[in-house]
Design a protein around this ligand. Structure first.
Ligand SMILES: [Zn+2]
Length: 264
C-alpha cells in the first residue's frame, strides 16, 4: 500500500513537473534524428540547414560505426559536437533485426539480457572513447524493447533520457518520453507537413515536451523541402528546440525550485 501511494505521488509529481505548460505556452521539441553511421550528403544538408537556423537536434548513432577506422567520419562527429547544437544518443550497437523461428527479434527485443547489456554498454564505452563522454540518452533501433532493456537501462548511471520508452516504464533517475502523433514523418521516412500541423493543433497542451522522429538519410530533395517547411512551421509556433540533456536539466531545475518552495 505504501509502495502504491508513493508510486502515485511520484507519478503525480512527475506529471506536475512535466505539465507546467498551458495552451499559451509553446512546448519543447526534441528533433530525434536516427541512424548516424557516416557523413552522407543527406546528413550534411540537414545539419547545415539546422545550423543556419540555430536549431538544436538529437542524433542517434549506431555505435559500431565509432569502432570503424574512419577518421573523416570521426572528425565530422567531433566537429558537430564542438559546435554545441547537437546531442548524440545511443541508438544501439549494430541496429540488427532478424528471425528466430517465427519470432521477429531485434537488438533490444527478444534477445537475452546479456546480449542487450553488452550492446548497450559497448556503445556507451565507444562514445566515451571517441567523444569523451558516454551517451546520456537512448532510443532503441525500431523503438523495440522488452523487460531486459528496462533492466539494462536501470543499471546505467549515465543514462538520463529514454526516447520513446513507454510511459509505464518509469525508471528511477531517467526521464522517459513517449511517442505521440506529433512526428516529422508519416508514413515513416516521409516528412508530412499537413500531418504535423494537425497533430500540433490537436496536441495535449498540458504536455511540455514532444519528441519528433525523422530519418534524414531517407529524404530526397522533395522530402527534405518538406522537412524545412515543418521546421519553419514549428518555429512560427514559437516552440523551443532542445536536446535530451538540456531538457533533463530543465526538469531538474524545476524540481529543485519546487523543493525549495516547499521548505518551511
Ligand atoms: Zn534506427
Amino acid at each position: 500500500m505504501k509502495f502504491v501511494s508513493s508510486l502515485f505521488l511520484f507519478c503525480a509529481l512527475t506529471t506536475f513537473f512535466a505539465m507546467g505548460a498551458d495552451s499559451a505556452t509553446p512546448p519543447f521539441i526534441i528533433l530525434k534524428l536516427d541512424d548516424v553511421s557516416s557523413p552522407t550528403p543527406a546528413w550534411e544538408r540537414t545539419l547545415k540547414f539546422l545550423e543556419e537556423k540555430g536549431i538544436k537536434s538529437a542524433l542517434g548513432i549506431v555505435a559500431a560505426s565509432l569502432e570503424r577506422k574512419n577518421s573523416t567520419y570521426h572528425d565530422w562527429l567531433k566537429e558537430l559536437q564542438a559546435k554545441g547544437l547537437v546531442e548524440f544518443w545511443n541508438h544501439g550497437l549494430d541496429h540488427k533485426q532478424w528471425k528466430e523461428g517465427d519470432k521477429d527479434v531485434s537488438e533490444f527485443k527478444g534477445t537475452t539480457y546479456e546480449h542487450q547489456k553488452e550492446h548497450f554498454e559497448r556503445a556507451q564505452q565507444l562514445s566515451k572513447e571517441l567523444l569523451g563522454q558516454p551517451f546520456s540518452a537512448f532510443g532503441a533501433p525500431f523503438n523495440e524493447t522488452d523487460d531486459a532493456t528496462k533492466k539494462v537501462l536501470s543499471e546505467n548511471p549515465d543514462l538520463k533520457v529514454w526516447l520513446y520508452g513507454k510511459p509505464i516504464e518509469i525508471l528511477s533517475g531517467v526521464i522517459v518520453i513517449d511517442r505521440t502523433p506529433l512526428n516529422i514523418e508519416n508514413p515513416t521516412f516521409v516528412p508530412n507537413l499537413e500531418r504535423v500541423k494537425k497533430s500540433y493543433e490537436s496536441r495535449d497542451t498540458k504536455r511540455d515536451i514532444f519528441v519528433m522522429q525523422g530519418h534524414p538519410n531517407a529524404w530526397n530533395d522533395e522530402r527534405f523541402a518538406d522537412f524545412v517547411k515543418i521546421v519553419e512551421y514549428l518555429q512560427e509556433q514559437g516552440v523551443i528546440f532542445t536536446t535530451p540533456s538540456q531538457y533533463y536539466q530543465h526538469r531538474q531545475s524545476l524540481k529543485e525550485k519546487a523543493g525549495q518552495a516547499s521548505l518551511p
